[in-house]
Design a protein around this ligand. Structure first.
Ligand SMILES: Cc1cc2nc3c(=O)[nH]c(=O)nc-3n(C[C@H](O)[C@H](O)[C@H](O)COP(=O)(O)OP(=O)(O)OC[C@H]3O[C@@H](n4cnc5c(N)ncnc54)[C@H](O)[C@@H]3O)c2cc1C
Length: 370
């Protein structure tokens, strides 16, 4: 898309869920442009997620950032939803944490870690768990935890909401606009894209797996972010298509959930790799299929669809949000790992408070903690 302007208050690099949410929250009070290398937004991690909303996830900070955006998911701001579309961005599905032989102590530990933050999380028997998901093998399943508060996110609608918000406030999204140069001169960033040069007071680095490269381009601090490959596949579901909760193993080596046109299975792989257009490896898909076959009475006969995406983590698995200490006006919005969709409204609010009102995020979120 061609650009009607060349100067902005804030240029956000990357039109994944991080960049679009921040741009949406910033644009009512600032002139904002989003620059995206691909011809469409959310081509990378944001278009490849499992689309889950889980409040008891990863660590207490992620949990807090997820809960902070809860009202956005459950009652999005008036005027941002499509008139004919859904009236909320999430659907209840529930989540089961299943334990196999020898894993009950691990399950107890999980319950005591998360129950204080997740009031609906309860321990259930293997029989109760099998009532919900009958394909789990009785010879494998020893016990489980159930949390009815897990939801699936309508990611397509969420991204549309952010883009509608951006447009309504006069912000711009430029696609096929790869940023290939960043220079700070006279108090402004001069951003060279493949087609043009744009200036902005602040650059927000929402480059996902490419965030470290963008940091380097800007002469910013080196932030230890690692893209990790995660694989997913869709396999046939039993007929009729079940309305099961998401099931994940307490050993964190498999999850599965209903997803059209079957069941999504994921081996919960985390293979460090270069930033790239990620693709699934046959071996990772085979591992997922084998693990699923091992614990259920529904062997995988064929794979209908498979994909992979990059989840980019800081070593402490917390996001990296805030101004860089070496490059003035360069703002990190990276390291959203496996929680970038569910934390997007919560994190976008932190970014907006910081950039519009000067309320700095706590040190545990910033690049200065490394
Ligand atoms: C299989 C899988 C399952 C997941 N499940 C969940 C889940 O259930 N719930 C959840 O909350 N999260 C989940 N995640 C994580 C979530 O998808 C990510 O945290 C989130 O999408 C990260 O968003 P992002 O905008 O930072 O990155 P991206 O979506 O990767 O966006 C970064 C963008 O920056 C652009 N870019 C990079 N360099 C440049 C440049 N030089 N110029 C212009 N543009 C550039 C890229 O093209 C890209 O579009 C999952 C991820 C995967 C892979």
């Amino acid at each position: 898309m061609s650009n009607p302007d060349t100067h902005y208050d804030i240029a956000v690099i990357g039109a994944g869920v991080a960049g679009l949410s921040a741009a949406c929250f910033l644009s009512p009070q600032a002139r904002v442009v989003v620059l995206e290398r691909e011809s469409q937004p959310a081509y990378h991690a944001s278009g490849r997620s499992a689309a889950m909303y889980i409040e008891g996830y990863e660590n207490p900070l992620v949990s807090e950032l997820t809960s902070a955006g809860k009202s956005f998911f459950f009652s999005p701001p008036a005027g941002m939803l499509a008139e004919s579309g859904p009236q909320q961005l999430v659907n209840a599905c529930g989540g089961l944490t299943a334990a196999g032989p020898g894993e009950l102590p691990k399950l107890k530990k999980y319950l005591s870690a998360w129950q204080p933050l997740c009031p609906d999380l309860v321990e259930i028997s293997a029989a109760e768990c099998r009532q919900m998901v009958p394909i789990l093998k009785p010879s494998w399943l020893q016990g489980a935890a159930y949390d009815p508060s897990w939801h699936s996110i309508d990611v397509h609608e969420l991204l549309s909401v952010y883009q509608r918000g951006l447009r309504a406030a006069g912000g711009h999204l430029l696609t096929s606009a790869e940023v290939c140069g960043l220079q700070r001169r006279n108090g402004l960033w001069h951003i060279t894209t493949v087609e043009e040069e744009i200036s902005a007071g602040v650059v927000v680095n929402a480059g996902g797996a490419w965030a470290p490269q963008l940091g380097e381009m800007a002469g910013a601090s080196a932030v230890p972010l690692t893209p990790m490959l995660r694989t997913a596949a869709i396999v046939p579901a039993p007929e009729p298509t079940p309305a099961w909760p998401l099931v994940h193993t307490i050993s964190e080596d498999l999850y599965f959930k209903p997803e059209s046109p079957g069941l999504m299975i994921c081996p919960q792989d985390e293979t460090p790799c270069e930033a790239m257009d990620a693709y699934p490896h046959e071996m990772d898909v085979a591992v997922a299929a084998q693990r699923f076959t091992d614990i259920t009475d529904h062997p995988v006969q064929r794979v209908l669809h498979q994909w992979a995406g990059l989840r980019t983590f800081a070593p402490d698995r917390k996001p990296v949000i805030g101004f860089d200490s070496a490059a003035q006006g360069f703002y990190w919005l990276a390291g959203q790992g496996g929680f970038g969709v569910q934390t997007s409204p919560g994190i976008a609010a932190v970014v907006a408070e910081d950039l519009l009102q000067g309320k700095r995020p706590p040190r545990e979120m910033t690049a200065q903690r490394f």
